[in-house]
Design a protein around this ligand. Sequence first.
Ligand code: ADP
Ligand code: ZN
Length: 595
Amino acid sequence: MSRNPSHILQSVFGYPEFRGQQAAVIDHVLSKRDALVLMPTGGGKSLCYQVPALCLDGITVVISPLIALMQNQVDALRELDVEAAALNSTCSPQMQKEIFTKMRDGSLKLLYIAPERLFSDGFLDFLSGFDVSLFAIDEAHCVSQWGHDFRPEYLRLSILHEAFPHTPRIALTATADAPTQKDIIGRLNLEYGEVFKSSFDRPNIQYHITPKQNGVTQLLSFIKNSHPNDAGIVYCLSRRRVDTIAEKLVAKGHKALPYHAGLPAEVRAANQERFIKEEGIIMVATIAFGMGIDKPDVRFVAHLDLPKNMEAYYQETGRAGRDGLTATAWLAFGQQDIAKIRQLLSNNLSENQTRIERQKFNALLAYCETLGCRRQVLLSYFGETFGACGNCDNCLTPPVVTDGTEAAQMALSCIYRTGQCFGSGHIIDILMGVDTDKVKNAGHDNLPLYGKGSSYSRPDWQAFIRQLLSLDYISQDIEGFGGLSLNEKCRPLLRGEEAFSTRKYVPHKKQNGRAKTVAPDNPIDAALFNELKALRLEIAKAANIPPYVVFHDKTLLEMVNLKPGTLNSLSEIQGIGDSKLEKYGKQFLNLLKQQ
Ligand code: ADP
Ligand code: ZN
C-alpha cells in the first residue's frame, strides 16, 4: 500500500511543500526504481528516503557510515513519532533485541545500519526474511576511491542488488564531481537508475574573504559585528593554533571550545556534545571536526588558515546554514599562509601528485584573489555557470580595481635585482625607500628602484606581493628565510605584454552586507524569539536532545512573525507536524499568548 507523500510531508514533518527535486525523487522511488541523488548539504536529502519509508509498507534500510549521524537522524525521527532505530557497534544486546522485536512485529519503519554490521553474522540472510521496502545508501561517495572518505565496506553494497532484486535503492551524496559520480553508478550497479542532480549553490551562505593582517583581531571583529551570539566553526591548521585561538575567544567572553586529534577522546566527545546540545558555541577545530555533524544552525564557518583546495573549502564552508537561514563563510589569508600550504603539499607526495595538488591549491588562491563574484568562481569550479550572486563580499562591495602593472613590475625587478633571496619585508623596504640597517648594509639603498614605490602604502605592497604569489608569478622559499624568487610565468608581465589588475587596499574596511543574525530586528520580536529559544532549550535539556531537534530556528521565527493564537494556526507553521503539535503545541502557544 502506498500513502500520499504530500500528506506525510505535512502531517509528519510539518512542511507544506517539497523542495527542489524532492517530489520527483520520491515519485521515482515509489515506482520502485533506483536513483542517485546529488544534492548539496542542507538540500534536503533525508526526506527523499524518509517520506517513501513512511509511504511504503515494510522497512526502509538506511546505510550510513557514521554512528553520530545515524543517531541524530534516529533522534529526530523519534521526536516525530516515527519508529526508527540504529543498529551499530554501540548497541547493547538488549537494544538489539528490542530492534529485532520491532522488526518482527512490523512496527519499525526505518532501520539505520553501518555497512560492516549489514555484512556481518548472516545479517543479510536475516534481513531477507523481512519486507524491505527500500535501501537508502547515504554518503554514497564513500564507495569511491576517488573521494577522500573511501570506505572499503561500501564496495560490498553491490550485493544488495543481487540479494534484493526487487527492492529499489536510492544512493545519496553531497559530493558532485564527475569521477565520483561515475564511480558510484558503476560500483553500486545503478546503471539503470536515474540521476537527480541539483545545483550545488548554497544561496544562503554569504562568502567573505579578507587579506590577513592580525588574523585573530579580524576574526574577533567579524564575530562581534556579524554573529555575536551564534554557533560557528573556526578552522585552523594546527593543534597548537586551535588551542590558542580557543583561549583567545574565551578570554573575549565567547563560548569557545577546542577540537583536534591531540585531545583525549573523552574531551573531544564532550566538546562535540556541547556544540550540538547547547546554543551559541564556537568550535575552534582542525579539519578533523565536521564530518558527521549535521547541526543545522551553524551560522558561520571561519577559516584562519587556508584549506588545501576548492573541494575542501566547499565542504567545510558547507557546514554553515544547513537550515537555509542566513550564514557566513569567512576566510582570512596572507602571504605566509600561501607559502605554508605550498610546502605542506610537497611533503611526502610523488612529483606528479604534488603537481596536481599545487594546481588544485592554485585554483583556491585564484578564488581568494578574484575581483569578481565569488559564487561564480566557486560554482564554475564545479562545472556550473552562474550570474553575479549579490551575496558575496565582491558583489556587495565591488572592489576598486586599479592597474597594478607598473607596481608589479617594480616588485618583480626588485626581487630580481637583489638576487631572488630576500623576503617581502626587505623588498618592500627597498621599494618604499626605508633606510633600515639591512638595506644599508646590503647597499640596496643604491639600487635605482630604491624609494621608487613610495607612493604606495605598505599594505598596498603586501597585497601586490601576495597576489603575485597567489597567482604563481613568484615563489617563496619557506624552508630558508622566506626569500622570494621569480617564476617563468612573470616574463610577459615584466616585458609589458600582460597587465596586472589589482584591488585597491581599503584601510579598515567596514563590515558590509545585510545583517547576518537570524534574530528579528524589532526589539519586541527579538525578545519573544529569545523566550521561545529559552523554552526550546528547557525542553531539549529535559529530553537530552539538541534544541534543533525540538524545533528549528526557522519554526520559531515563523511563530514570532505569525503569532498564532490557536493550535490550529500553530499547526500551519513549517516544521510542526502532528506529533510535535501534540507534544509541544500548548507550551509554545501559552508563551505566545502571553505577548
Ligand atoms: P541534507 O541531508 O541534504 O544535508 P537534510 O535532509 O538534513 O539535508 O535537510 C536540511 C534541512 O532542510 C533540514 O533541516 C530539513 O528539515 C529541511 N527540509 C528538508 N526538506 C524540506 C522541505 N521540503 N521543506 C522545508 N524544510 C525542509
Ligand atoms: Zn557574488
